[in-house]
Write a protein that binds this ligand. Structure first.
Ligand SMILES: NC(=O)c1ccc[n+]([C@@H]2O[C@H](COP(=O)([O-])OP(=O)(O)OC[C@H]3O[C@@H](n4cnc5c(N)ncnc54)[C@H](OP(=O)(O)O)[C@@H]3O)[C@@H](O)[C@H]2O)c1
Ligand SMILES: [Zn+2]
Ligand SMILES: [Zn+2]
Length: 331
């Protein structure tokens, strides 16, 4: 019967160390020893909830259940936002299990375990083998951040000839720049200030727009696909004029507000607004292979996987000082 340490949120948003026990491994379950965990912007939304935190896990398979087929003890694996789905519905049968009505996702199910932990128990079917080209600490941020932005570009058929805009150079954004650039796209970055310009250009951007103090944005070429990866929603009025006709917007920010966009501009320019959450497993696998092939890696800041380390990483993220993804590592 596996028993392990988890770090939870709490009512007053303090990180609490706790213990989780699971029944003996059954079916295709695997016990994973956590070696690295990314800290995603979404974790901050759950800091005040009584649940185990973290959903960008990487680690080693420590034990396997009776029906595990492909994984063995010692394998390097990762997991992300989705832990299970029904396997029978239309969404599951068409490779879109992230929209399964019975999906088990972070914040909604399995609240007794996460990646800020010593171990976790998940189904083999929802765990990903890590490529040799990526260390555990580099792979962890791809499990949510990387998968989410790759999914937008890949699943919605963004073309190498498209101009891709990335708004917000954080965990998601700095990976989106790399994926889009390696897919051959012409990348323009929109960021709060100029401070991330040099790094964004190194990651593959061709143009950089600092938005601070501006009431109008200017670009040298209109944007065909815009990935909005800011932690708060932007002023959509400002964005409409930089979009090409028939552009697609991915508003990826987790927000509890209504989505407000200039209606007429949307109609007259034929703009698509496309909601999108993480990546289905088939796409997630392609993302890992693509990252390995093209040397796409997050830029990380490491913190100890302890109560203090998590608090410290959360504070760094909140203050806008993370460059560009926090990764927690056991001591
Ligand atoms: N849809 C999905 O499936 C999905 C998956 C994962 C995460 N998310 C959400 O995506 C968002 C980004 O996540 P992340 O992990 O990349 O977060 P992050 O690392 O904090 O990055 C967010 C970026 O937004 C900008 N920013 C910071 N404060 C801001 C503010 N007050 N107003 C506007 N922009 C601000 C900053 O970029 P600049 O300095 O360049 O301005 C910052 O680096 C979060 O809302 C997260 O919950 C969604
Ligand atoms: Zn996430
Ligand atoms: Zn289903």
């Amino acid at each position: 019967m596996p028993s392990f340490t988890v770090y939870k949120g709490s009512k007053d948003s303090k990180i609490v160390k706790s213990q989780t026990s699971k029944p003996d491994l059954k079916d295709d379950q695997v016990l994973i020893k956590v070696t690295a965990s990314g800290l995603c912007g979404t974790d901050q939304h759950y800091k005040g909830a009584d649940m185990a935190l973290g959903h960008e896990g990487a680690g080693l398979v420590e034990d396997i259940g009776p029906n595990v087929k492909d994984l063995k003890k010692g394998d390097r694996v990762g997991w992300g936002y989705e832990h299970n789905s029904c396997g029978r519905c239309e969404q599951c049968l068409t490779g879109r299990e992230t929209y399964c009505p019975e999906r088990e996702m972070y914040g909604m199910a399995n609240l007794d375990q996460g990646s800020f932990a010593s171990h976790a128990v998940w189904r083999e079917a929802f765990v990903f083998k890590l490529p040799d080209e990526l260390s555990d600490a580099e792979a962890a941020p791809l499990m949510c951040g990387g998968a989410t932005v790759f999914n937008a570009l890949y699943t919605y058929n963004i073309k190498p000839t498209d101009r891709v805009g990335v708004m917000g150079v954080g965990g998601l954004g700095h990976l989106a720049i790399q994926f889009a650039a390696k897919m051959g796209c012409d990348v323009v970055v929109f960021s709060g200030s100029d401070s991330k310009k040099e790094e964004a250009m190194k990651l593959g951007a061709k143009e950089f727009v600092a938005m601070k103090g501006k009431s109008e944005l200017e670009v040298s070429r209109p944007v065909d696909a815009l990935l909005v990866t800011t932690s708060a929603n932007p002023d959509w009025k400002m964005i409409m004029p930089v979009l090409a006709p028939n552009a697609i917007i991915f508003p990826m920010t987790v927000s509890f507000d209504n989505f407000e966009i200039p209606h007429l501009a949307m109609i007259q320019q034929g703009i698509t607004v496309q909601g999108s959450v993480v990546a289905a497993r088939a796409v997630h696998r392609k993302m890992l292979a693509f990252a390995a092939l093209h040397g796409i890696k997050p830029i990380i800041m490491e913190f100890p996987l302890t109560q203090d380390g998590i608090e410290d990483a959360m504070k760094t993220l909140e203050e806008g000082k993370m460059r560009y993804r926090g990764v927690l590592r056991p001591q």
